[in-house]
Design a protein around this ligand. Structure first.
Ligand code: RBF
Ligand code: MG
Length: 327
């Protein structure tokens, strides 16, 4: 997948395109279906498959005072999009000026003149242009005028409810990481650099942890989780704790993972933590011994959880350190 921030960056590759457009926060099952169809149809019609998305997320610009925590920030969104096979990702900078464009102005400038769009696929609830005025009917009309076809997909439903970014956010924030997996088609994951923590884990407790400096905004409800941790291309079992370490009374929330059967210095490395199942709430222990005993039990439970066939991890993405080709 080629990632371009401007049309000029991809002039050489765009003869005609099949476009899907949206915010794609979380790159969930609904988004994946749109992309898969765009890829399929672009092949059939000899077009280039293009995912058009925005950076920053439009809500960040339009409603900066009350944005939800995003499931994926731009960097991770691009990594994920690239796994589902589109040839190009056009990442448009979202500004107030862009927000003021009418649906026709946007479509003419970016899709028709820019991408030579011949075919377009949108999600069931997609709107574009000033005041979200452009809906499916608007796009169909513009398609007749400028010569492209438009299709709208029905929502994907799981357990009789629509798969949406909002539903995923709510589940993650409630700690239901196991339940969110079918909606994402993968475990909920966060990525971050390993930074120095309080240096208590190894020496004091005998359970050293990798503390994450988070770039992602959404993380599961505080508590203890069984996780897979991806380090340097390898995957380890782990138990993670999200919280304030009430036993010690920390001021800031930490996200840390104790990796099983691992030893090594990974400060400064990027790691990815995949949340498999919640084990318990974080709690205040009366002594170090009690906390140690409890973590030992968490490790035991973690191993059991991760040994279940349904907990197996399938890494769909290639080595994430390499990333997509950015122009
Ligand atoms: N700290 C707490 O204060 N309460 C807990 O319930 C708690 N559970 C943990 C469970 C696991 C699996 C791990 C790895 C850590 C946990 N911690 C907990 C955090 C612990 O206090 C921390 O790792 C050390 O203080 C080092 O920063
Ligand atoms: Mg630590």
């Amino acid at each position: 997948m080629i990632v371009a921030r401007t049309i000029q960056d991809i002039q050489d590759v765009i003869a005609g395109s099949c476009v899907t457009i949206g915010n794609f926060d979380g790159v969930h099952k609904g988004h994946q279906k749109l992309i898969a169809l765009a890829c399929e149809r672009s092949k059939a019609r000899d077009l280039i498959s293009v995912v058009v998305t925005f950076d920053p997320h439009p809500l960040r610009v339009l409603r900066s005072d009350r944005t939800p925590p995003f499931i994926t920030l731009t960097e991770q969104k691009i990594e994920l999009l690239s796994q589902y096979g589109p040839q190009v990702c056009l990442l448009l900078e979202f500004t107030m000026d862009m927000a003021r464009l009418s649906p026709e102005e946007f479509v003419k400038t970016y899709l028709v003149d820019g991408l030579n769009v011949k075919d377009m696929i949108i999600g069931y609830d997609y709107h574009l242009g000033k005041g979200r005025a452009g809906n499916f009917e608007t796009l169909c009309e513009l398609g007749r005028k400028y010569g492209f076809t438009v299709d709208r997909l029905d929502p994907v439903t799981i357990d009789n409810a629509i798969v949406s970014s909002t539903r995923i956010r709510d589940l993650v924030q409630a700690g239901h990481v196991w339940a969110v997996r079918p909606l994402l088609g993968r475990f909920y994951q966060v990525k971050g650099e390993v930074v120095h923590g309080m240096n208590r884990g190894g020496k004091l407790l005998g359970f050293p942890t990798a503390n994450l400096k988070l770039v992602d905004e959404l993380f599961p409800k505080p508590g203890v989780y069984a996780v897979w941790a991806e380090v340097d291309g390898a995957v380890y079992e782990g138990v993670a704790n999200i919280g304030l370490n009430p036993t010690f009374g920390n001021e800031t929330l930490s996200v840390e993972a104790h990796l099983l059967d691992f030893s090594g210095d990974i400060y400064g490395d990027q790691i990815r933590v995949h949340f498999v199942q919640r084990i318990r709430d974080e709690k205040k222990f009366n002594s170090l011994e009690e906390l140690k005993d409890r973590i030992a039990r968490d490790v035991e439970l973690g191993r059991k959880i991760l040994a279940q066939p349904e907990a197996a991890i399938k890494l769909t993405h290639p080595d994430f350190r390499k990333g997509p080709e950015v122009r």
